[in-house]
Design a protein around this ligand. Structure first.
Ligand code: XMP
Length: 540
């Protein structure tokens, strides 16, 4: 194979529909979003899916044939940080504009359309960033059906269309610049603002109008997803055996329940106690998933094995590596045992989500490694297993919707993310059984108080961190000399960036009072007011 052809072939395979894997019914409609690098691209996909229409994000450089392979019902061209006239400006194959498929350009997407269809884009005299008011000039265009004559929007651009391509007309303006264009005959619309963000309150209506233009039926529902995924897993696995590593988190639990629905007890889940789980977690996850949902679980208590390997280790990356390697070793042992009993194991379930899939093929490229995340990535090759990733087309909130439809308890579905290396990356310094017990008790107080205040589901993560800092205190006229505990609570959309949460002072007071009184060994509580960046969410 000539290198260029080989490269194009690989790219084609990377972007082609995962229908091959998922066996979506052939008539599932798809909106294809071409990503020009905007921080909001994933939001466009989510807003479309919220209206029960399936959407995929492809890098703008995806080959035309890969886009056509989806038989898209519509195309969205995302925003992006570049200028279309930059030498290295990201560009799609301009033939996407000739497919006759309804198309919506957003911000840079508008500039791309104007630039490639014979118009002109220039740097605007005045940048528009933030809230703006848009006046609709053409209320008859179907994109604006049902919208008032003036709408609040979110703008973020430094370029503007100076001259429209032939056949286009202006459909909206702000006091400062052009805000929307259309060529109804070619079925192309474009807006300068961002309908996908929260700050454009009528954005969902505009997106719904676009989906009507695309003739999208809105029948991509959780029930339909479950039905087609179950059918596809059954077909793929045949009479084979499958294993799954359960972490107790939302993704691996939902993935396991879906696969169990397809093949019953030919799925064996391995749940390892690595000694750094939350208080009672090892027991409660088994109770929910085995006793209530009937999963076939092999629970392995390897806490002593992990903790003895961690003894004396203080360096964060070393802790992560030890836990990751040890996990693989335990998992491998158990999988071999299962294989001997069941006459072989062929498949491994992984809870990969869509953001990971998008990131691995993004125009921006995968992000730099700040921490080595612990997962079972090395296992499939080592054990010669084939992968089943039933959630690889879903966002986190969609996984929760599917879980609800599968009858899973809120206790599991509503869980905040918990890192693979568990409490080990929240115990600074050496991880000892005593420190794990201290942190488990403090963490349980934080979580239960946040739940009692009705905030647990409104916060991305809230937890305690044990610091190796001893300080002097006084309790009941007695001098104390004990550890410090930090409280961390952050809001985040995806864990990539985060803001610290302004928890009510009364709540912080209650948490601090309870920890110091109930957890013997901690006599001081501090609150972490660092956002990400520059901090990270976990302390290690
Ligand atoms: P950081 O600390 O990097 O965390 O800001 C971002 C998000 O990722 C979670 N996290 C992990 N999840 N394995 C995981 O499965 C890991 O090794 C790991 N490290 C961090 C973290 O809890 C946060 O939600």
């Amino acid at each position: 194979m000539r290198p260029v052809f080989a490269q194009a072939f690989c790219r084609f395979r990377l972007y082609t529909p995962s229908r091959r894997l998922q066996n979506w019914s052939v008539d599932t409609q798809t909106i294809v979003i071409l990503d020009f690098g905007s921080q909001y691209t994933q939001l466009i996909a989510r807003r479309i899916r919220e209206q029960n229409v399936f959407s995929v994000v492809l890098p703008c450089t995806a080959p035309l044939a890969a886009i056509q392979a989806y038989h898209p019902a519509g195309l969205v061209l995302s925003g992006g940080p570049s200028s279309v006239y930059d030498a290295d400006a990201p560009a799609a194959d301009p033939r996407v504009l000739e497919l006759g498929v309804p198309t919506l350009g957003v911000c840079y997407g508008l500039h791309f359309i104007v630039h490639h269809m014979g118009g002109r884009v220039r740097s605007a005299a005045k940048r528009e960033y933030g809230h703006a008011e848009v006046t609709i000039e053409d209320p008859s265009t179907p994109l604006f059906a049902g919208l008032p004559s003036s709408i609040q929007v979110w703008m973020s651009h430094g370029d503007e269309a100076e001259q429209l391509p032939q056949g286009f007309h202006r459909i909206a303006v702000t006091s400062n610049a052009l805000a929307g264009i259309a060529n109804e005959e070619k079925k192309i619309w474009a807006v300068q603002f961002h309908p996908e963000v929260h700050h454009t309150p009528l954005g969902p209506q505009l997106i719904s109008n676009f989906l009507k233009i695309c003739d999208a039926r809105g029948d991509w529902t959780p029930a339909r997803f479950i039905e087609s995924t179950v059918a596809s897993v059954r077909e793929k696995v045949g009479a084979g055996h499958v294993i799954c590593g359960l972490s107790g988190g939302v993704d691996s639990s939902v993935a396991a329940v879906l696969v169990h629905k397809a093949i019953g007890d030919r799925l064996t889940c391995i749940f390892v106690n690595n000694g750094v789980l939350r208080k009672n977690e090892f027991e409660s996850v088994q109770k929910h998933l085995r006793d209530k949902l009937g999963l076939n679980i092999v629970a392995v208590d390897s806490s002593e094995r992990f903790l003895s390997k961690l003894a004396g280790v203080t360096e964060p990356e070393k802790k992560r590596k030890i836990i990751g390697n040890e996990f693989i070793a335990v998992f491998d042992d158990e999988a071999n045992r299962i294989a001997q009993k069941s006459g072989g194991v062929d498949w491994l379930v992984q809870g990969t989500l869509y953001p990971d899939v998008i990131e691995s093929s993004s125009v921006k490229g995968p992000s730099q490694t700040i921490k080595s995340h612990h997962n079972v990535g090395g296992l499939p090759e080592r054990m010669k297993l084939k992968l089943i990733e039933p959630l690889r087309d879903l966002f986190k909130d969609e996984v929760r919707r599917i879980g609800r439809d599968l009858g899973m308890p809120e206790d599991i579905l509503g869980r905040q993310p918990f890192p693979g290396p568990g409490l080990a990356v929240r115990i600074l310094g050496e991880v000892t059984p005593e420190r794990v017990a201290l942190l488990q008790s403090a963490d349980e107080i934080v979580v239960s108080e946040i739940k009692a205040a009705g905030l647990y589901n409104k916060i991305w993560q809230s937890f305690a961190v044990l610091l190796p800092v001893m300080s002097v205190g006084v309790m009941g006229d007695q001098r104390t000399y004990a550890y410090t505990c930090a409280i961390r609570a952050v809001h985040s959309e995806d864990g990539m960036t985060a803001d610290w949460v302004e928890l009510p002072a009364e709540l912080l007071k209650r948490i601090s009072g309870r920890i110091v009184n109930e957890v013997r060994g901690i006599n001081r509580v501090v609150y972490d007011i660092t956002s990400k960046p520059p901090g990270t969410i976990e302390w290690e």
